[in-house]
Design a protein around this ligand. Sequence first.
Ligand SMILES: [Zn+2]
Length: 333
Amino acid sequence: MSDWNRRIAPTASTVGAMAPLDRRRFLAGAAALAAVPAGAAIGAHAASAPYVFTHGAFEITVLSDGHFVLPPPGVAADVGFLYPATPRAELEAFLRGAGLSIERVELPNNVVLIRAASELVLVDTGAGSGWQPTAGRLVENLRVAGIDPAAITKVVFTHAHPDHLWGVADEGGALRFPNASYLVAEREWNFWMAEDTASKLPESFRRFALGARRDLSRIKDRLQTVKAGADIGGGMRVVDTAGHTPGHISLELAGGDGLIVVGDVAANAVVSFAHPEWRFAIDTVPELAITTRRRLLDRAASEKTRLIGSHWPYPGLGLAERKDGAYRFVATS
Ligand SMILES: [Zn+2]
């Protein structure tokens, strides 16, 4: 198993699989840990505590929504479809050299929670129950961290893909964060809410479009669209990182050397850094996504900006360092 796969955060799904007594002990330990301040020495249950750190005036908690695999279960195990323009031999040689599987990639789903003065801001809402059975643990892990979903005041969506949006409502359609206001980029809203988006996308992405319309419609009364560059208050700024989707945004937090919550600009901590120029099949606007990825990684490497990626090894916090004409991800957690 690769290092990529091993560094998956413990999730509520792990807890669910435990024997009842172990489960009670685990939860008691986890509840106790929720009260431990960031950076304090913690005991044997350390792995169960969410990752918490401070950045400037912000307290950041990275929560695990579980993980998912690509290709999804039931589909032939071959990651080649993700990099359709990369010659097969080159792809295989790279993955082998990096110790990665050619069959499936297991992606952690990290969700960032920002405490900023009186605001409790969630960046994306995880995958919910409709994506893959190993994902959709956000609310359970929020509760393990001692946070009531009703206390979330704002949700900022990096984009409207299933693993970032579908956790917004439960199976019955009720909003999981009922008191929050919701921010989505204007371009993202316009793209997914257009009548013809589903029919224009390749067959395999129609489900994404239908889900995006369904869930964006559910929050429309509490939703505000934002433009790139917008200051959303408290030292948080929206950065245009379009390409993965037409309205993909990142969230930059003021203070120190900088911190950017980058969503899926670079979806894979190994491949996207070493080969930002590879077309990635999940990018809706592939050429723009490549330009955006290079620009962001170049800036992060030059300015030593810390980044948090949605699918990098939990908690997904680290730096982009230059390497061999490209980059490598260096975890700083
Ligand atoms: Zn994603």
